[in-house]
Structures are given as structure tokens and as C-alpha cells.
Design a protein around this ligand. Sequence first.
Ligand code: HEC
Length: 139
Amino acid sequence: MLKKFLSLTLVLGLITAVSMGAAVQIKKGKTRPLTTKQLMSGLVKPQCGGLGEALKTAPTDDAGWAALATQAALLNEASYILMDDGRCPDADWAAAATALREGTAAVLTKIEAKDAAGAQEAFKGATASCAACHKAHKK
Ligand code: HEC
């Protein structure tokens, strides 16, 4: 009886520890200082907002296309950071990071082809990943 109680306590304790670990994990990786909040407000939001705004009108010169490519590539890089340093807590997170990676890679392909309408369409796909992860993990 006591043994049963002790093992139940142990299991509950483990579950609590694991779920608390995941709560910390989504806010920050294991060793690097960058918090998820900083990653979002300093890199993801400005690049995503800038890219969305810039895609409304097709660039008129190479510098304009290069600026779009920079924003899309930085967003793509953020998808790797999201998976690094033990930050990823579960499959929902991983799927959203992959969707961000593939979506922004598709945007980049369209930018390289100087296809503004295609890039805009691909951008919509990329931004679906924001909502997917936030729904699961942004409190
Ligand atoms: C794999 C998960 C994931 C993806 C993908 C993701 N986010 Fe986030 N985002 C989070 C989490 C978790 C938080 C909450 C962080 C916290 O407050 O600790 C957050 C918070 C934010 C915030 C609030 C930042 C603040 O200062 O409080 C913004 C803005 C944001 N995300 C924008 C975006 C945009 C735009 C995208 C898509 C291009 C995106 N996010 C994709 C996980 C994600």
C-alpha cells in the first residue's frame, strides 16, 4: 500500500517536473541567453511585418528584391533558432517551426524568380505557422 502510494507520488512528481520543464523551455533554450520573447520581438516580428508590408508592391530594382530576400532569409533562420538549444518542447512546436522554414524557403524561391505575386502567396503560407505555434504555446 505504502509502496503503491510512494510510486504514485513519484510518477506525479515526475509529470509535474516534466511539464514545468517544458514551460521554461518554450520561453528560453537551455544554454543561450536569447529568450523566445526577444527572438519574436527583435527578429521574427520586425522581419515578418517588414516583409508583409514590402510585398504589397513589387520591388522596382535589384536593391528592392535584395531587401526582400534578406527579410525572408532572416525569418527562415529564425525557424532554426526555434529548434536549437533544447528549446522545442513538442511535436506542435516542431511542426510549426518546419512550416515556417518551408514557407519562408518558398517565399525566397519566388523572390529569386522576381515573382512578386507568387512571393505574396507563399508568404501567406509561411505566416500560418505563427498562428499554429501561438495557438499551442503562446499563453
Ligand atoms: C514554434 C513556435 C513559434 C512560431 C513558429 C512563432 N512564434 Fe511567435 N511566439 C512564440 C511563443 C512561445 C511566444 C511567447 C513568448 C513568451 O512570452 O515567453 C511568442 C510570442 C510572439 C510575439 C510577442 C512578443 C512579445 O514581445 O511579447 C510576437 C509579436 C510573435 N510571437 C510573432 C510571431 C510571428 C510574426 C511569427 C511568424 C512569422 C511567429 N511569432 C512564429 C512561439 C512561436
